[in-house]
Ligand binder design. Structure first.
Ligand code: SAH
Ligand code: SF4
Length: 351
């Protein structure tokens, strides 16, 4: 092919990823005043525009020039389910076909959003629909942020908290997760208080320690599910290499460093992690430490042999933990009627 016929299209610009400086340089290149950069940022981070066409306070010529350069911002909604309790669960698809779930959970004047950090997950937890599917790819910080915007726009109200508890392991995608947390916290963007931004991890120790050193007061949740090593290895094979002894020490370090109370997630599975030995062990793990235990009703995943524990068992866990001075709650499962557990909508729609 003659060289002059070779046309290489420039890589589309990701407006979620450009820095303010890069945007200023682009404005200069396009012969635009500097304040246009701020206007564009406002559309991207506050107004949730999905393309430059929607940026109505920009001159038409700039909108057209941007349209030729930038990658689509929004995600396509592939499916949604609405729960009797008002929760809405969305399946969103990005440009390359990667699909993830996010959920909006209203409560009075509050709106809580649950986001995914990866399409799929490599950790392979035995009770988790996403774990069965494996990892497709990690999301960018913009794609994580975009889920919050999608829910906000759909409910047309302010988001008061975000939990990183959708698909994927946030700490296996640490940099994008942190960047998204900072943007959600940014007063010039969604301005959500750091304490109202919670990251849930299956227990990646190096990242827990790194998180302890971040200056913001983000909240940490750790998926424990068992404090008996053999049971935990079977339920959560992806974190076998991080033993409970080391996890215990890392959490101690986290608390010393931050003074903040981590949440421990414990999904009760009948006959597996709700035995006498398991209750004793959990009490020993938590006794005398700063923590809050969330006892979760297991969501049944189709094709999985695991069944939730009885409500009586959950009450027994609660009582026994309280007896040794450990704060615990039984978390009422939101959206139980809409495949609310991690990965279930995706599993049903995309297979
Ligand atoms: N990967 C991270 C965050 C996403 S999972 C983590 O594992 O912590 C969010 C929470 O949902 C975790 O506590 C996870 O253990 C839990 N979970 C996964 N499958 C579940 C199911 N079938 N029933 C109840 N909780 C489940
Ligand atoms: Fe991944 Fe969390 Fe599911 Fe485990 S529970 S497979 S870490 S998403």
């Amino acid at each position: 092919m003659a060289e002059e016929n070779l046309h290489v299209s420039p890589t589309p610009l990701d407006l979620h990823a450009v820095t303010h400086g890069e945007l200023l340089a682009l404005m200069e290149e396009l012969g635009q005043p500097a304040f246009r950069a701020k206007q564009i940022e406002d559309w991207v981070w506050n107004k949730g525009a999905s393309s430059p066409d929607e940026m109505t306070n920009l001159p038409k010529a700039l909108r057209e020039a941007l349209s030729e350069r930038v990658a689509p911002l929004g995600a396509e909604e592939v499916a949604r389910q609405v729960s009797a309790d008002g929760s809405r669960k969305y399946l969103l698809r990005f440009g390359d076909g990667a699909a993830v779930e996010c959920v909006g959970m209203p409560s009075g004047s509050k709106l809580s959003v649950c986001v995914s950090t990866q399409a799929g997950c490599a950790m392979g937890c035995a009770f988790c629909a996403t774990g069965q599917y494996g990892l497709n790819r990690s999301l960018t910080s913009g794609e994580i942020y975009e889920q919050v915007m999608h829910v906000r726009n759909d409910f047309n109200t302010r988001v008061t908290s975000v939990v990183f508890m959708g698909q994927g392991e946030p700490f296996a995608n640490y940099d994008a997760t942190l960047k998204a947390l900072r943007k959600l916290n940014d007063p010039a963007a969604l301005n959500i208080g750091a304490r109202h931004l919670t990251v849930s991890t299956c227990g990646l120790i190096p990242q827990i320690l790194r998180f302890a050193n971040e200056p913001e007061q983000f909240t940490l949740a750790v998926s424990l599910h068992s404090t008996v090593q053999k049971t935990r290895n079977a339920l959560m094979p992806g974190v076998k290499r991080f033993s409970l002894v080391h996890l215990y020490a890392a959490l101690g370090e986290y608390v010393d460093k931050t003074g903040r109370r981590p949440t421990y997630e414990y999904a009760l599975i009948g006959g597996i992690n709700d035995t006498e030995e398991e209750i004793d062990s959990l009490c020993d793990f938590c006794r005398g430490t700063l923590c809050h235990v969330n006892l979760i009703q297991l969501n049944e995943v189709s094709g999985s042999p695991f069944k939730p524990s009885t409500p009586e068992k959950a009450q027994e866990f609660l009582k026994r933990l309280e007896r040794v001075g450990v704060e615990a709650t039984i978390r009422n499962s939101r959206g139980a009627d809409i495949d609310a557990a991690c990965g279930q909508l995706r599993q049903r729609i995309l297979k």
